[in-house]
Design a protein around this ligand. Sequence first.
Ligand code: SAH
Length: 348
Amino acid sequence: MTERIRGLIGKLASEHRLSEAEYAGLIACPDAAPMLAERAVAARRAIYGDAVYTRGLIEISNICKNDCLYCGIRRSNKDVERYRLSPEAILACAEEGYSLGFRTFVMQGGEDAHFTDAVLCGIVAAVKARFPDCAVTLSMGERSRDSYQRLFDAGADRYLLRHETADAAHYARLHPGEMSFENRMRCLMDLREIGYEVGCGFMVGSPFQTPQTLAKDLKFIEDFRPEMCGIGPFIPHHATPFKDEPAGTLEQTLMLLSIIRLIHPSVLLPATTALGTIHPRGRELGILAGANVVMPNLSPTGVRKQYELYDNKICTGDESAQCRQCLDRRMRGIGYRLVVDRGDYKAL
Ligand code: SAH
């Protein structure tokens, strides 16, 4: 590693920002990864210690009106058996999750017209009423500002909406013409203004991504300062236009986790299921690169296989309790511990 790269890492750790050209240079230097990880872990440890937060993920519907070119549940994929969970089934998942120690529930799904504001507000309110000590996170895609406001008023605390890429031209190559970068950004700004804890994020190694588009993602994270940031490798799905594209790499994902931790030391940063899919110890390595959240699956075992955004997704045959225990063991194995906690963002 050159003196210049060493200098950039030092600057990033102390000033929490670099220029786009500097980010692109750092990303292009795989040798920088160990030093980045060491600095990232120190930064995270100073705020969150050895605690790893958990979020119970409930995949409430795989019905989607969108046709994102990378996603296995895109509307053009006629091979998926579609499902949606009833409010009772969602509450049963949360019930089981609560008994396993989850204090945040993430309800994620495709953009399914069935989940009108009235329906979704009813579910949010029911979960909050039953589990007042838990946070509710939604990840249901793009909606109107009014809709986000109603869901917030019904009790939703957090919203995850990956920006996918901060480069408008790149966005247009990952999505059909009917979707727009401007609307995605509008959603993120609305969510922030309404008062949600907001998560953005992107796939590492998505088709047409370059060090320059990644540098824009990092600049966006600097400016937006999300409370949460979800990044994981792109993994091709066999029934999408990107079926023959290569997956994102473990090394680059780990390096970006470290960089994001240094940009924003208190950000809630998951070691994602996608990372666990491309490498058997991906999630452990993610934590050791600076992540501090894991999101095991609480969906009913019967539907897990149908929420397949990418091929070979892990844990689709497991029970929720198995997932929790498995992650607990994995985290203890690297000297960390899963905590029973809402895992709120710690503003510095
Ligand atoms: N409909 C919701 C939830 C999307 S699924 C929304 O629009 O936010 C959650 C995330 O999975 C997406 O934001 C995307 O970044 C990721 N994803 C989708 N397909 C993927 C793939 N093939 N490989 C890796 N991640 C993928």
